[in-house]
Design a binder for this molecule. Structure first.
Ligand code: TXE
Length: 497
């Protein structure tokens, strides 16, 4: 069995306590690896190593170095994909086909942000008078990245690529459920030329390592993806330290099917929105809003589609749906399925253990479709984070907007229509940070990703995210040949501001 250490100052080290915790495969409950369990002392060590590397290596001040190293990392990562895909699938239980599709895009993030670092121009503000003014973007210092288990490497990469490109030193706290690939990515980064100490990984539990790291006074920015409650605690600690914070939190995404939509396309899109990753994504289509004119047909076809999804061994290439991540999530999802029925919704399909004996050991739940759902029900409002979705009926555009915006979350939504005017009209009325039209889940390093309302604060991806990993030094130069003396005794009117 593999034993994996913490990654501090470019080296694999045991934790201060010497303790290890087990990472389980949720499809089989077999142990994937034993991982060093960090604590506050390990966090302090990692933050000190990061601060020293930030101050003593060229990383923070040499953009060309960063550009070359991050492009090299992208190339090395491409070559390492088969092993990472397999490991990530074993830790998360996500089907190998999904992980391959997702991880094969990761190198693009390092390339994109390397190019942003290389090409982004600073400003020359029109200061006026005889002054030249220019700004310099400089890295923040040591930043903390806290990541979840649903897309371990993708979510890490969305934060790490801009953080490194901007010249910061990083300490990562991966999820206790899925810490293994994060460690290997750190090794690959070192191989690519990231100096020792610039990227550190401290594995362990959220309440210990996560808390110590995100409340550490030397951390200049905390970037977390996790549950909304966790986000609130982390943001409060960051607020006390006056450090920046970016938080990608819970979601309750609506899929809006307009009356003119192509039914088959809308059904396929809704299944993709709701059931990829066994529904464990922050943008999961957990509320499918269908016009009354097609509601019954939609439900029939949607159930037929869900029936065809192959639940099984994540290692097999034809598996569509794997298990959910852990016993905690499994119980949470089943309890919501019960709550939905108690609230009066109809469980029209799924929501049970699969029939296959070979899946009995894993945390498998068949895709669940609720109908007769009203917007005030808990299953329509609270993040379930599993393969459960609610289909709701609407009759007018006003009602559609009111249901879609009628949650505390505001991460993402998708609109399905061929009517270009309605698509854009509607998109501009939705309270969500991301709106897809005739698609769902699509992502690109250049395209801002972040939530409104209780779904979080700040952005991942895009030039804006890069800028958020920097601070601005503003240089104001007096180029006048006249010597300035405010107190020259003349009382002449002069500019002093
Ligand atoms: O998340 P946590 P959990 C939602 C989803 C899920 C729920 C709980 O609804 O059902 O959250 O999942 C670290 N200080 N999302 O318990 O705990 C933790 O160790 C600092 C949505 O797994 O929020 C992990 O590394 N860090 C989401 C990370 O935070 C702390 C993805 C996220 O774990 C901490 C995951 C603390 N006090 C869950 N407590 C999305 N937006 O995609 C925990 N952590």
């Amino acid at each position: 069995m593999k034993r994996i250490g913490l990654f501090i100052n470019g080296q694999s080290v045991p934790s201060e306590t010497g303790k290890y915790f087990q990472v389980l495969n949720p499809a089989t409950k077999e142990v994937v690896a034993e991982v060093a369990e960090g604590n506050e002392d390990d966090v302090n060590k990692a933050v000190s190593a990061a601060a020293a590397a930030f101050n003593q290596t060229e990383w923070a001040v040499n953009k060309d170095l960063r550009y070359r190293v991050l492009n090299r990392l992208a190339a090395i990562l491409r070559e390492s994909l088969p092993e990472l895909v397999e490991l990530e699938s074993m830790m998360t239980g996500r089907p190998i086909r999904e992980m391959k599709a997702q991880l094969s895009r990761l190198p693009e993030w390092y390339e994109y942000f390397a190019s942003v670092a290389k090409t982004l121009e600073d400003a020359v503000p029109p200061f006026g008078g005889e002054f030249v003014n220019y700004t310099n973007r400089i890295p923040l210092g040591v930043v903390a990245l806290v990541t979840p288990w649903n897309h371990p490497l993708l979510i890490l990469t969305k934060k790490l690529a801009p953080a490194l490109a901007a010249g910061n030193a990083v300490v990562v706290k991966p999820s206790e459920n899925t810490p293994v690939t994060t460690y290997f990515l750190a090794e690959l980064a070192q191989e690519a030329g990231v100096p020792a100490g610039i990227l550190n990984v401290v594995q362990g539990y959220g309440a210990v390592v996560g808390k110590a790291l995100t409340s550490h006074p030397s951390i200049e920015k905390v970037d977390i993806t996790g549950g909304t409650e966790t986000g609130r605690h982390v943001a409060a600690a960051a607020g006390y330290n006056l450090s920046k914070v970016s938080a990608e939190l819970g979601g309750k995404a609506s899929v809006l099917v307009l009356p003119d939509a192509n039914l088959e396309e809308a059904v396929n899109g809704s299944a993709f929105a709701a059931f990829i990753a066994a529904g464990q994504t922050c943008v999961q289509g957990s509320r499918i809003l269908v016009h009354e004119s097609m509601y019954e047909d939609f439900i029939d076809k949607f159930i037929a589609k869900a029936k065809k999804l192959l639940m099984g061994d994540p290692k097999k290439f034809d598996t569509d749906i794997g298990p959910v991540i852990s016993e905690k999530q499994y119980k949470q999802i089943l309890s919501y399925i019960q709550i939905g029925q108690e609230e009066g919704a109809v469980l029209a399909f799924g929501g049970t253990a699969p029939e296959q004996d070979e899946l009995a050991n894993g945390y498998f739940i068949t895709p669940a479709i609720f109908t007769q759902v009203t917007n005030s029900m808990r299953i329509a409002q609270e993040e379930i984070f599993g393969p459960v979705t609610c289909v709701m009926k609407y009759s007018s555009m006003e009602e559609l907007i009111s249901i879609a915006n009628g949650t505390e979350m505001g991460l993402a939504m998708s609109i399905w229509t061929n009517n270009v005017r309605d698509a854009h009209w509607l998109a501009n009325r939705l309270e969500a940070g991301i709106v897809w039209i005739n698609d769902h889940h699509r992502i690109d390093p250049s395209s801002p990703w972040g939530g409104f309302k209780n779904s979080g604060i700040g952005l991942e991806n895009s030039i804006q995210c890069y800028k958020d990993y920097t601070k601005t030094r503003n240089v104001i130069v007096n180029i006048s040949r006249q010597h300035f003396d405010w107190f020259d005794g003349t009382t002449q009117e002069k500019r002093y501001s």
